[in-house]
Design a protein around this ligand. Structure first.
Ligand code: AMP
Ligand code: ZN
Length: 113
């Protein structure tokens, strides 16, 4: 995707604060952190959102969740953390490339919406 911000970050065309990378996914610190630890995990393949998860890419999404768990552990989020993925305008998705927010480092809001 030529015009996708996160595809450009994955390609290294836009700088980011890398946390983790493998053949399938890339993780970096959110530029506008909402909590002390705020990390985004994205597939290297362009998928628009959770709304485009299919049987064909489900293994990739499963792999990303193993990475999310290891990042949370490595970041020392021993007291808990949250993973969030916004889909579409009602959820406030601003970047149309599938991404999972890892949020932690403080007591999180009891509200999810
Ligand atoms: P969402 O609103 O769920 O689509 O999340 C998009 C996230 O991307 C927001 O939390 C932004 O702060 C974050 N973001 C936008 N641009 C960058 C960037 N260049 N580097 C890191 N994070 C970014
Ligand atoms: Zn993309």
């Amino acid at each position: 995707m030529n015009d996708c911000l996160f595809c450009k970050i994955i390609a290294g065309d836009i700088p980011s604060s890398k946390v983790y990378e493998d053949d399938l996914c890339y993780a970096f610190r959110d530029i506008n952190p909402q909590v002390p630890t705020h990390i985004l995990v994205v597939p290297k393949e362009h998928i628009s959102s959770c709304g485009d998860v299919t049987a064909e890419n489900a293994a990739l999404v499963g792999h990303i969740f193993t990475v999310i768990a290891r990042i949370a552990e490595a970041e020392g989020l021993n007291n808990g953390w949250r993973v969030v993925s916004n889909v579409g305008p009602d959820a406030g998705q601003t970047v149309p490339h599938l991404h999972f927010h890892i949020l932690g480092g403080q007591r999180l809001s009891d509200r999810m919406a």
